[in-house]
Write a protein that binds this ligand. Structure first.
Ligand SMILES: Nc1ncnc2c1ncn2[C@@H]1O[C@H](COP(=O)(O)OS(=O)(=O)O)[C@@H](OP(=O)(O)O)[C@H]1O
Length: 388
């Protein structure tokens, strides 16, 4: 779609003007995204991978047979494939890792832009419960998320702290901090300040489209760079209704994440007001949604995500976990090669895309095992020598 964008845009002049970046603005190509859990981060990862392909950038991918950058271990540079030879010359980093700034800096160029994304801990914990129910000790022996939240300490045992990271302050943990730390005002303030120093931008998943506009404007990217199809979503029947008491309990149980979220939700909106302004933001969000709808009409058989058993091409099946039915997409069957390639990249799940990029970037290494390789072979066949 990148090559078609001039032809396809039907925006009025004033809208076009909104999209023209200031002349001094160059697209930032050294970008690190801290991929937090259950925060729409797989959708962002897909955006990052497509951007990397567009500009032929080097991505810091998990080494050998790793699927993530060593998570939940604290990140070290050796978790990146090729670090010994490539050194501090990676452009993009976006797979799951537990943040460790000094080690990340060994891999990423000095002028790298750092960003991440947070989600309201109430929605996040409900999602996390369903997704990790069978592997997290604190969740295993409870009937549902409300039962867990009625008395979390009954199920959450300190001895299981490693296996229980998804049950308490998971965002705090992903940023590299102790998710079982005391809720102490001074400590929290110090962490928030450190995050502000380490990251140039924190997005909010609950305002995903607004986040994409802020991201593209900050990085001087094109609107098409941030057009996305929602990835890693669940089917509606596995979404549980939280009682009002459970919602309140999450704010206390995950108080570190709650304060993290409140702080950066505020700075997110302040940043919007100080840069784009709410009026322009609304117009740009409209353009994003229009473009997204057009692309869905071009690419998809059904105009929405479908349940796992309805995904025809098993190479496009997202990783499934716990009680969640993770949705995917069916592409139209009569797409020409070039459109097919564009559409595949919009819907390809995280692990398959990572495995594909890995085989392109490291052709002499053994391919990642245990992943559907079909997509890779389909992709190799349709790779045409065109630039996009
Ligand atoms: N664009 C957009 N806007 C809003 N929400 C979105 C978006 N994309 C993904 N999602 C929701 O994010 C949840 C999956 O998060 P992650 O991809 O970060 O999960 S993972 O940790 O990588 O497994 C998952 O949440 P739940 O459906 O509540 O589980 C997705 O529905």
């Amino acid at each position: 779609f990148l090559h078609m964008k001039n032809k396809n845009y039907r925006f009025s002049k004033s809208h076009e003007e909104l999209l023209i970046p200031p002349t001094s603005c160059h697209a930032k190509t050294n970008v690190m995204f801290l991929k937090t859990h259950k925060t729409a981060s797989s959708t962002v990862l897909n955006i990052m991978f497509r951007f990397a392909e567009r500009y032929n950038l080097t991505v810091a991918l998990p080494a050998d047979q790793l699927y993530h950058l060593g998570y939940p271990r604290t990140f070290v540079a050796q978790f990146v494939e090729g670090f010994e030879t490539i050194g501090q010359n990676y452009n993009i980093m976006c797979n799951h890792l537990r943040f460790n700034p000094l080690e990340v800096k060994k891999v990423m160029a000095a002028n790298t832009f750092y960003f991440s994304i947070l989600r309201n801990p109430i929605r996040l914990l409900e999602s996390s419960y369903i997704y990790y129910k069978s592997i997290v000790p604190a969740f295993k022996n409870t009937k549902n998320v409300n039962e867990f939240l009625a008395s979390p300490t009954k199920y959450y045992h300190p001895a299981d702290y490693r296996a229980n990271i998804y049950a308490k302050n998971i965002m705090w943990f992903d940023f590299g901090y102790n998710n079982n730390a005391e809720d102490d005002t001074k400590y929290i303030q110090a962490v928030l300040e450190e995050i502000e120093q380490n990251f140039h931008l924190i997005l909010i998943a609950d305002y995903f489209d607004e986040s994409m506009i802020l991201l593209k404007n900050t990085l001087c990217w094109d609107l098409d760079d941030v057009i996305y199809f929602k990835l890693n979503a669940r089917s509606q029947e596995t979404v549980q209704t939280l009682t009002p008491e459970s919602e309140e309990q999450i704010k206390a149980w995950c108080s570190l994440d709650w304060k993290l979220y409140l702080h950066f939700n505020q700075s997110f909106w302040r940043r919007i007001e100080e840069t784009i302004g709410l009026e322009v933001l609304e117009k740009e969000v409209d353009l994003l949604r229009t473009r997204q709808k057009e692309l869905m009409e071009t690419c998809l058989s059904e105009q929405e995500a479908v349940r796992k058993d309805h995904i025809r091409n098993k190479a496009l099946l997202p990783f499934q976990s716990g009680a969640a039915n993770i949705l995917g997409y069916n592409l139209k069957q009569d797409l020409d090669n070039r459109t097919l390639r564009t559409c595949q990249k919009m819907v390809i799940p995280e692990l398959q895309y990572m495995s594909y990029l890995y085989s392109v970037q490291h052709p002499h290494k053994r391919k990642k095992m245990g992943l559907p390789l079909l997509w890779t072979s389909v992709q190799e066949k349709v790779r045409a020598p065109v630039s996009n």
